[in-house]
Design a protein. Structure first.
Ligand SMILES: C[S@@+](CC[C@H](N)C(=O)[O-])C[C@H]1O[C@@H](n2cnc3c(N)ncnc32)[C@H](O)[C@@H]1O
Length: 335
């Protein structure tokens, strides 16, 4: 694509300070913040960026090159052709994404804009892996146009947010965290997890387990806290009412398909407890949340991710998903 000196990054609601700190720590001499709106920051590059530059920020669910602003579908088409982009996907999503998801009415507006843009933009057939991000703010605000390359590190859904909101009456908000994490791993099709098994460290009160049970999995939860009765009484749910460090390994199956850690502990403590379960259960997929309670812990994130890499066999990615609060989600798929 044509050269752009600006990088854009989205973030969860309230995530701007963490994102700016992370970009400063990773690319301080190279990138400086340019403009900032809630949940969207652009950075200016001080020297030319290579075409394959990746921001690689855990606090940015979506990031890439900025290609400018537009007010109409025709202007979007112009920005894309000026940038010389061969894109095969168009993601249209709202700038403001709440922690409980985006409503159907908002998606309807996004779909209308997408249809208008598709009429005038020629997307390449097949998959070039290049995605156009069209980010829609308030009425009257110009649309923001960016681009990123699709990869396993990036959530595949527009805006990194599947089209689901937190339903009323779930055992906990962790239901939505789990749904967003499964979508990132590409496991959100209805039959993907049918008959598969999961073990969750830190399972109470049970929103995540409820999501997995609804998807037809067998689930073992480990927690000393009280579980939601619907989860506890589910025929495919087994509970171990112990702390993770106290679980005798002969209580465990030989393997599970999915290992989850969602313990409200300091990340280094959670990782120490998780590692033997990963070794023993050799899960195909790992989903773990790491609490980022202050800037000091955020600064340790690269080292914490390296630590996860040291005991998993596949690639490891970290992102703050929209349903995460002061935490990031880490995923890995066994090589
Ligand atoms: C954020 S909540 C988990 C939410 C849960 N995943 C859900 O779906 O509702 C954190 C949980 O970690 C549990 N926890 C903290 N330390 C733990 C340990 N050492 N072993 C197991 N669970 C632990 C707490 O009891 C608490 O229920």
């Amino acid at each position: 694509m044509g050269k752009s000196d600006f990088i854009f990054a989205t973030c969860r609601t309230g995530g701007e300070p963490s994102l700016k700190r992370e970009v400063l720590a990773r690319h301080g001499g190279l990138l400086t913040p340019a403009f900032m709106r809630p949940q969207l920051i652009t950075f200016k590059a001080q020297t030319p960026l290579p075409a394959d530059f990746e921001l690689g920020a855990a606090f940015a669910p979506v990031s890439g090159f900025s290609i400018g602003m537009a007010r109409t579908a025709a202007e979007v088409a112009l920005r894309i052709s000026e940038a010389g982009l061969q894109a095969s996907m168009l993601h249209v999503f709202p700038r403001v994404i709440g922690e409980d998801g985006v409503t159907a009415e908002v998606w309807q507006r996004m779909d209308q804009i997408k249809a208008e843009v598709e009429q005038v933009c020629l997307l390449t057939a097949g998959s070039s892996g290049q995605v156009i991000d069209l980010i829609i703010g308030e009425e009257g605000e110009p649309w923001f146009v960016g681009t990123h390359r699709a990869s396993a590190a990036v959530h595949p859904h527009p805006g990194a947010v599947p089209r689901i909101t937190l339903p009323a009456g779930m055992p906990s908000r962790a239901w939505l965290k789990m749904e967003q994490s499964l979508a990132w791993l590409g496991l959100d099709a209805p039959e993907s997890l049918l008959g598969k098994s999961a073990l969750e460290l830190g399972s109470a009160p049970g929103g995540a387990a409820w999501s997995l049970l609804q998807r037809g999995m067998k689930v073992i939860g480990v927690d000393t806290g009280a579980m939601d009765e619907r989860v506890l009484n589910h025929p495919r749910y087994d509970h171990i009412g112990l702390a993770a460090g106290e679980v005798p390994f002969d209580y465990l199956p030989e393997r599970v398909d999915l290992l989850i850690s969602d313990m409200n502990l300091a990340p280094d403590v959670a990782l120490r407890l998780l590692e033997p379960f990963e070794d023993r259960l050799k899960p195909r997929w790992l989903i773990l949340t790491m609490k980022m309670n202050d800037a000091g812990i955020e600064a340790q994130l690269p080292a914490l991710i390296e630590r996860v890499r040291s005991f998993t066999s596949g690639p490891v990615y970290a992102k703050q998903l929209h349903a995460n609060r002061r935490e990031v989600t880490v995923i890995s798929q066994r090589a």
